[in-house]
Write a protein that binds this ligand. Structure first.
Ligand SMILES: [Zn+2]
Length: 591
């Protein structure tokens, strides 16, 4: 994206903003020891579980898991996109936001340009729809009325390779902006140059952010063809894993959202809204991500996932369940609705009407029920082996549900299924050592590589909570250059914190905002730290690195070389290395 905001400026903003004051202006905070607490603004609660730490310049809710920096708070609470949150903090401090020149010419507000362009193109698609008998017939066949088209700003992208390009291009800079907005694609063939329209001959559904601004499009093919749904690519404004189609419209339509229904397609969302079910949303070509769940649970406490009743639908539902387990807690309802074969929500609501459809919703399977029946189908509960197998299947899943009443209820429901007292089942589940709690990344999601080894996680947490701990490390140990997952993250954190030990947790976290590991790091930053100051953290950090060195350092290489020597003769370099490592080892063992 053009005109990046320079990192030092973000550092300065966070250094000069007090998160307690910022949050305190919006939420009634009460002092509690070194920190401040309040009833969480992101979920409904009566006893405070929302904490703000002046030390870390970070907030965290133990109830819903919301967490972040002052910038993150503005984005979540005031529903501001990142550049606007920066603007807001800057104007509080009376600062001008500088922009880096990326060589494409500076624009004062590149974000603004993109929003404006997307709004204009959305209007163009709407105008085109009015002239296209074909697109209008498609919508009429799906029983989408013109009023719904207006409400959802539905349009049509003409069957042309350059309709948008011609109309909104015009200069190299404009064409580049169209590409940044995801509306045109750069030709990449040999000897080719220029751009062509991404969306051709599709019914267009604009995807709007919390403020109602168009940030992307979803295009539905009119006839049969692939892909059925085509979405904008990831852009500076659009992140698939975060956005939900229809959420803005739902918030416009309903004062209070009692529940949200998660469906597959845009057409379903529009058609349901038209039938009076204004609380449907759709993910955008991805499975439901943990980020989606966080957003949804900030709006409502009841979610119903809607899936096809076939095998593929059940598999998709299971994936959603796996992601949802960590979000299952007291006061929240998560349910699964399976539709009769050959039906989409839109056809079904058309056929049977909204009352019957809502009656179906009321019968949706609760998460616990779906979990138990799916698992029970995989094990023969009539015999002991089968019940042990069920316990085996359940253990890793149950470990992901936060401890609390909900977890107990789930355990009880399972105990009922295996006809065993809940206490005994709990014992059985505890029988084997716990698997590491790290969750498997959902398919299609970037694997989080912020470290899964407990020592690595500990070292990363120490640095996040007390960046000044890096002072205690004279030289980052060489083994961190190795390609173990997460080492590069630790090494980079160490280098950042060593270069600027006075960084706060919040400043450190903000540097990772755009990166795949950022979310995991923010989670670790939000976890409670028992280490109280930088000096103690420094000692612990040195100790963790030492213990890691024993596991990943020279000894590991020694073992590798020994293994190699069993397969073939070592080269002379390898022999030398072997001797040297052996020498170092006996040296350090004596020390
Ligand atoms: Zn909360």
């Amino acid at each position: 994206m053009a005109g990046r905001i320079p990192q030092p400026f973000i550092d300065e903003l966070l250094a000069r903003t007090d998160i307690v004051e910022l949050v305190g202006g919006r939420v009634q905070l009460k002092r509690a020891g070194r920190e401040w607490k309040a009833c969480c603004p992101f979920h409904a609660e009566k006893t405070p579980s929302f904490w703000v730490s002046p030390e870390k310049q970070f907030y965290h809710c133990f109830g819903c898991g919301a967490h972040g920096t002052a910038l993150g708070f503005l984005m979540e609470h005031d529903k501001l996109p990142f550049p606007d949150a920066v603007d807001e903090l800057a104007s509080r401090l009376g600062l001008e936001v500088p922009r880096e020149d990326d060589g494409r010419g500076t624009r004062a507000r590149p974000g603004e340009d993109l929003y404006e362009l997307l709004a204009q193109v959305s209007q163009f698609y709407r105008d085109t729809l009015r002239e296209s008998a074909r697109a209008k017939k498609y919508l009429a066949d799906r029983e989408i009325t013109p009023e719904t088209c207006v409400k959802f700003a539905i349009g049509y992208a003409p069957n042309s390779w350059d309709a948008v390009l011609k109309r909104f291009g015009g200069s190299a800079e404009r064409e580049r902006l169209l590409a940044d907005a995801g509306l045109v694609i750069e030709r990449s063939g040999k000897g080719e140059s220029g751009f062509y329209d991404r969306f051709r001959d599709r019914v267009m559904f604009p995807i709007r952010d919390a403020r109602g601004r168009v940030i992307a499009f979803g295009g539905r093919i009119i006839d049969e063809g692939e892909p059925k749904y085509l979405n904008s690519p990831e852009t500076a404004l659009f992140h698939k894993g975060r956005e939900l189609y229809g959420l803005y419209e739902a918030r416009q339509a309903l004062r209070k959202i009692e529940r949200l229904l998660v469906v597959e397609g845009y057409v379903d969302v529009a058609r349901l809204a038209q039938s009076g079910i204004a609380y449907a949303v759709a993910t955008l070509g991805t499975a439901t991500t943990p980020e989606h769940l966080n957003r949804l649970f900030r709006v409502t406490s009841e979610l119903v996932f809607c899936f096809d009743g076939d095998r593929a639908g059940r598999a998709a539902a299971w994936r959603a369940l796996e992601n949802a387990l960590e979000h299952a807690r007291d006061g929240r309802q998560l349910r699964f609705l399976f539709l009769p074969d050959g039906h989409d929500p839109d056809t079904l609501v058309g056929e049977e009407g909204p009352e019957a459809f809502e009656a179906r919703l009321a019968t949706a399977q609760p998460l616990s029920e779906f979990l138990v029946t799916q698992l029970a189908a995989q094990a023969d509960l009539a015999n002991l082996d089968g019940r042990a197998r069920l316990a085996e299947l359940v253990r890793p899943l149950l470990a992901r549900v936060p401890a609390g009443v909900y977890q107990e209820l789930l355990l009880e429901r399972l105990a009922q299924e295996v006809r065993m007292p809940a206490g005994r089942l709990a014992e059985l589940l505890k029988g084997r050592p716990e698997k590491p709690r790290g969750r498997r990344p959902a398919p299609g999601r970037t694997p989080v590589s912020a470290g899964r080894h407990p020592l690595l996680t500990q070292a990363i947490m120490l640095l996040l909570h007390h960046p000044s701990a890096a002072r205690a490390v004279t030289e980052p140990p060489a083994f961190l250059q190795g390609d173990y997952k997460g080492f590069s993250v630790l090494l980079e954190l160490l280098e950042m914190a060593k270069a600027t030990p006075e960084l706060s947790t919040a400043q450190l976290i903000e540097r990772w905002r755009e990166r795949p590991e950022g979310a995991r790091l923010a989670e670790l930053a939000a976890e409670e730290s028992l280490v109280r100051d930088g000096r103690a953290a420094g000692r612990d950090l040195v100790m963790a690195l030492k213990r890691m060195a024993a596991e990943f350092g020279p000894d590991k290489r020694l073992n590798e070389l020994i293994a190699v020597s069993r397969e073939r003769k070592l080269t002379s370099e390898e022999q030398q290395e072997f001797q040297r490592l052996l020498g170092e080892r006996s040296g350090s063992a004596g020390a």
